[in-house]
Write a protein that binds this ligand. Structure first.
Ligand SMILES: *Cc1c(COP(=O)(O)O)cnc(C)c1O
Length: 239
């Protein structure tokens, strides 16, 4: 694996985000970087931490728990679970994470809520929406979103913050924007229906489509490769 200078990639990612926000006419505080550290060692995360990064996204529970252990001396780390959710893992996710971005079933939502310790604030969650239909198996279809939201809203251990998507990758920026626009419209209509809820989050945009996501209103951009470098090719890609 090639050496990655985290201070440099992090600074470059921050200015890339800054430029994208600026050209979208949005304030610098309107979106933040989620550093996606899956498959990368805790030592690289520690390096990012020393350069000011606090929010980290992980896809695999055991790997994340190992890194939490290795980084337990660091204050103010914020852990985001962004990978596929399995029912048998909800307890530890509810106990050990601050956010879950990939909620797409009522059953897992109920389990996360049940397992969230009473002495912790409600778990921040985003519902993952399938905005490019046939190409992705994860995420709730837009047609089923309203029903799922209504059921999740009443769960005491969860705080629904917004929506997340991983659209089918394309290099065409106009095509990149379409699914992000759909997600934004879906959030806007939910926010109008639930004015009391803090529906303020659009988790969308990765290393290859940050600019398109920011122009459609992303509030978290999830950057892996741009910060930590290429990952070894997985046998099964998470989509
Ligand atoms: C891996 C991953 C990312 C980061 O992807 P990059 O293209 O490396 O920036 C973002 N979101 C999710 C859900 C991921 O699994």
């Amino acid at each position: 694996m090639t050496e990655v200078d985290i201070s440099q990639t992090l600074a470059a990612s921050r200015s890339r985000l800054e430029r994208a926000l600026h050209s979208a006419g949005r304030p610098s505080s309107a979106a933040a970087l989620l550093a996606v550290s899956k498959t990368k060692p805790a030592s690289m995360m520690r390096e990012a931490y020393h350069h000011g990064q606090r929010d980290f996204g992980e896809n695999y529970l055991q790997e994340a728990l190992d890194k939490q252990e290795a980084l337990s001396d660091l204050d103010q780390l914020v852990w985001h679970f962004i990978g596929p959710l399995q029912s048998n893992k909800t307890r530890r996710i509810a106990e050990r994470f601050d956010w879950v971005h990939s909620l797409d079933r009522l059953k897992t939502a109920r389990r996360l809520s049940e397992h969230r310790p009473a002495d912790m604030p409600p778990l921040n969650v985003c519902i993952q929406v399938n905005v490019s239909d046939e190409s992705s198996k994860s995420g709730v279809p837009l047609s089923e979103l309203d029903a799922l939201v209504a059921d999740i809203m009443v769960l005491p251990g969860l705080r629904l913050r917004g929506l997340m998507a991983i659209p089918y990758p394309t290099d065409d920026i106009a095509k990149q924007r379409q699914p992000f626009a759909l997600l934004r419209q879906a959030l806007e209509s939910l926010a109008a229906r639930y004015p009391q809820a803090a529906l303020d989050t659009l988790s969308m945009g990765m290393s290859g489509d940050l600019e398109a996501a920011i122009s459609e209103g992303a509030t978290w951009v999830r950057l892996g490769t741009a910060i930590f470098g290429e990952r070894p090719k997985p046998s099964v890609e998470i989509a």
